[in-house]
Design a protein around this ligand. Structure first.
Ligand code: IFM
Length: 442
């Protein structure tokens, strides 16, 4: 039997969720409406016509959920804070009950010896701000900084890791360009503005975190999808370079002070009118860590034909390409040399088959996790300072436009009873976390 692969001392093992995907209680304790509440009402927007009103009922079951993390022996929990709970009108009056909820959650985690990793924005913008042009409106960036200040002022003494945004690429591209996500707009021009204002929000917030929580790390979570030309033709290669600019360089390059990728800006025809004098400076505020979300690769064709993707796929139809996580980390580190990296999301939606006791023997998810974690180790061996790995997701949850049909959890959620049942993958991952080593046969 092959020897288990040992991770460095103090490597952090955790799991991740986000507010709208698990909390439910959308009308409780003064929470305001979010763009996802509104979007879910749009006919046809969500594949199974569901919404986040109950989700995993985590708002009421957070103690049980922290207990689950503890039983699994996970050392860290990545979650997000819902802006509409904290400032229901987007700006101005603070809803103390919203802050109290996250304070209870953080204290529960700390009492269980689990490190809270907070993300300030995982896509649930207050609807009232969208009514005022959402992320296309520059003011939203300033409203975000005010909201962030309120949260960090309350929890910054206990939360030692703050991410400003989760996957601004998805907010701008799916929310404003393709319309697949809330707020469901379809305008390339709007998506340029949204992307820029998201980055501005990030840049305005980093110094606020550093000031209010000087002992905490401040960073951002970006998603990366390595892409390859389907064919070795000049046309496919050119299309691939542009897609790489949009998918993989658009956010990280301004953050490290390089500005937006010129080839892609030109190819997509952005006139950059939203960039005001000091913006690029603001956006490149130094960060303490980069959060990397990785799931798959993509193959690019010049004529936008769907590429013939040869690898096995998950239930999302995403190719399983474990070496991409190593390639992504290595590329990032070679090009930008961040101080530390966390894999803030990695996991697979699969067609789970529960038995009569609701147990899912998801050997295929174990394979996915194992193969990716091994590649994270390879990146560490080649010198990339990766400090932790968060499995996406702790629970089956609301998978955005797919509703509850796609299950990413290592813990099964029975939506009728709200019963949580660790899948085989959770039991396996628990052994990884407890032993700090990975092997397929733990
Ligand atoms: O569920 C999402 C998560 O909210 C953000 N990253 C990708 C996951 C899977 O699609």
């Amino acid at each position: 039997m092959p020897q288990p692969t040992q991770f460095p001392q103090n490597f952090l093992w955790g799991s991740a969720t986000s507010s709208f995907q698990i909390e439910g209680a959308t009308n409780e304790d003064g929470r305001g409406e979010s763009i996802w509440d509104r979007f879910c009402q749009r006919p046809g927007a969500i594949a199974d016509n569901t919404n986040g009103t109950v989700a995993c009922d985590h708002y009421h079951r957070y103690k049980e959920d922290v207990q689950m993390l503890s039983t699994l022996g996970l050392q860290a929990y990545r979650f997000s804070i819902a802006w509409p709970r904290i400032i229901p009108s987007g700006r101005g009056a603070v809803n103390e009950k919203g802050l109290d909820f996250y304070e209870r959650l953080v204290d529960e985690l700390l009492n269980a010896g689990i490190a809270p990793y907070a993300t300030l924005y995982h896509w649930d913008l207050p609807q009232i701000l969208e009514d005022n042009n959402g992320w296309v409106n520059r003011d939203t960036a300033y409203a975000f900084a005010d909201y962030a200040q309120t949260v960090v002022a309350r929890l910054g003494d206990r939360v030692k890791s703050w991410a400003t945004l989760n996957e601004p690429y998805v907010s701008a591209s799916l929310g404003y360009r393709t319309g697949e996500h809330a707020p469901g707009r379809k305008s390339l021009t709007d998506s340029f503005a949204a992307a820029h204002h998201l980055l501005l929000a990030h840049g305005l917030t980093i110094p606020i975190i550093k000031e209010l929580a000087p002992q905490s790390d401040a960073g951002i979570v970006l998603n990366f999808t390595p892409c390859f030309p389907e064919k070795d033709t000049p046309q496919d290669k050119h299309a691939n370079a542009i897609q790489d600019g949009w998918d993989n360089r658009w956010y990280v390059e301004p953050i490290v002070g390089m500005g937006y990728p010129a080839d892609t800006v030109e190819a997509l025809g952005w006139n950059q009118q939203e960039i005001l004098q000091d913006d690029l400076n603001t956006i490149s505020a130094p960060i303490d860590f980069l959060g990397v979300n990785y799931y798959t690769r993509s193959l690019v064709t010049a004529d936008n034909r769907p590429a013939a993707a040869p690898l096995p796929k998950t239930a999302m139809d995403w190719e399983i390409y474990p070496q991409g996580i190593n390639e992504t980390l290595t590329r990032l580190h070679n090009n930008h040399n961040f101080k530390q990296y966390f894999i803030t999301e990695n996991g697979a939606a699969l067609n789970d088959m529960p038995d009569q006791k609701d147990f899912v023997d998801d050997q295929n998810r174990i394979d996915y996790l194992h193969d990716h974690i091994k590649q994270v180790h390879a990146a560490i061996e080649s010198g990339v300072p990766v400090k932790g790995y968060f499995a996406w997701s702790l629970f089956d949850n609301f998978e955005w436009a797919f509703g509850y049909e796609k299950r990413f959890g290592i813990v099964r959620v029975n939506y009728e009873t709200q019963q949580r049942t660790p899948k085989a993958s959770a039991l396996w991952f628990s052994q990884v976390a407890k032993s700090n080593q990975v092997s397929r046969d733990l």
